[in-house]
Design a binder for this molecule. Structure first.
Ligand SMILES: [Zn+2]
Length: 114
């Protein structure tokens, strides 16, 4: 992966840029430090969005698996993660999905309590 520093214009392979931390809104995404000017560089925004979308897709797959096995606690946890991710993605479809699944979880928990 090629990274370009947006401050000094230094361009290099991802490994040359030291990992310095995560982008808080997107969990798995990272800041790297430019080896030339030490400017923190966030990897290309398009990549970040694609990563967040992929993580969201994976999380929703896990939600379906948790619901299929009746594990509502796990599903709730995953939905929390998903809504966190969506602070970055800002997709209505994801918000709608979270609302629907939360409703389903409440239904399942009510049924289990009876
Ligand atoms: Zn730089």
């Amino acid at each position: 992966m090629r990274i370009t520093c947006d401050r000094c214009g230094y361009e290099g392979e991802g490994e040359e840029f030291r990992h310095i931390g995560n982008v808080m809104c997107c969990g798995s995404l990272i800041f790297r430090e430019c080896p030339s000017c030490q400017n923190p560089v966030v990897c290309d925004r398009q990549d970040i969005r694609a990563d967040a979308e992929e993580t969201a897709r994976e999380a929703s797959r896990q939600v379906e698996l948790a619901l299929a096995s009746g594990d509502t606690a796990r599903a709730r946890e995953l939905l929390k993660e998903l809504s966190f991710l969506n602070q970055c993605l800002n997709l209505d479809a994801v918000n709608e999905y979270i609302r629907e699944r939360k409703r389903e979880i409440r239904r399942m928990e009510r049924a289990a309590a009876q």
